[in-house]
Design a binder for this molecule. Structure first.
Ligand SMILES: Nc1ncnc2c1ncn2[C@@H]1O[C@H](COP(=O)(O)OP(=O)(O)OP(=O)(O)O)[C@@H](O)[C@H]1O
Ligand SMILES: [Mg+2]
Length: 257
């Protein structure tokens, strides 16, 4: 059964960046094959990882949901809708050497998705038997977790910048996780983009107030931002990049099984 790691936090704090570096580090440690799930409707984990995506689960869900209303259905005759969905979901996997990437994408909200969401849920549950690790990059709202589309989570990594509001936001996410009865064994916080890699007193105070477990601090590094602006994958940062080094330390401390 896969160990699922979900990364969450307020918008723009560096979730996708850290998620990509986490996937890279797990692969380097030989912990693959990893299933990377981009659960953000505005998906861009593939850019951080430097891979191309052809289709998203949202597009497939859309196609199948629409097929109900469509006279010339894309589903070949003699094939059940469930078999077609499984075939399509599998073909949506972007396969790399040490990891596969699955992009949830978005749906347009027309038609009924209950049936196809059920199929997707079943598919994700099946993937749990095929990978030792599943790493999920969430959107700020954590919709897939709160709606139970993602079956389980053992480790929640909450990401915040140094702002009190960022820390308050992850405090709320920690409560939501509590209420979702998923009971991850670890819920930890990473403070990202800290000037000089140092935590200031105000931020530390808010972390304590929110009762959060601080895993570590990742420094603000202009090179990360520059790579992003130049359209270069974050995983191509030099190995001695301070951001990669800080992330490695944090993951080592997590002692993932
Ligand atoms: N440690 C860092 N130092 C400098 N820039 C960083 C750092 N971490 C992330 N960034 C930059 O911050 C921006 C936002 O990062 P990212 O897209 O990872 O955030 P996010 O939380 O996933 O955002 P969203 O909520 O939109 O999904 C990017 O331009 C990224 O390159
Ligand atoms: Mg993101």
């Amino acid at each position: 059964m896969a160990h699922t790691i979900a990364v969450a936090g307020k918008g723009g704090v560096g979730k996708t960046t850290l998620c990509g570096l986490l996937i890279q580090y797990l692969c380097e440690q030989g912990k693959g094959p990893i299933l990377a799930v981009d659960a953000d409707a505005n998906s861009n984990l593939n850019e951080v990882l430097g891979v191309e995506v052809e289709t998203t689960l949202g597009e497939i869900r859309e196609e199948i949901a629409q097929s109900e209303m469509n006279s010339n259905s894309p589903i070949p005759s003699g094939m059940t809708k469930a078999d077609y969905a499984e075939f399509k979901f599998n073909s949506a996997l972007v396969e790399e050497d040490d990891y596969d990437l699955l992009v949830m994408g978005r749906t347009q909200g027309k038609g009924c998705y209950c049936y196809v969401n059920g199929l997707l849920q079943a598919q994700l549950a099946k993937f749990q038997n095929s990978y030792p690790y599943i790493v999920v990059d969430n959107e700020a709202g954590m919709e897939h977790i709160s709606r139970g589309v993602l079956p389980s989570m053992q480790t929640a990594i909450l990401v915040s910048d140094c702002s009190r509001r960022g820390v308050q936001a992850v405090g709320r996410i920690a409560k939501l996780i509590d209420e979702c009865s998923m009971h991850p064994s670890t819920v930890g916080l990473i403070i990202n983009r800290a000037p000089n890699g140092e935590l200031n007193e105000g931020t530390r105070e808010e972390i304590e107030k929110q009762g959060l477990n601080l895993l570590g601090v990742v420094p603000q590094d202009e090179t990360v931002f520059q790579y992003d602006c130049d359209g270069k994958p974050t995983v191509d940062l030099p190995e001695d990049s301070p951001v990669r080094a800080a992330l490695r330390q944090i993951v080592d401390k997590l002692n993932l099984q």
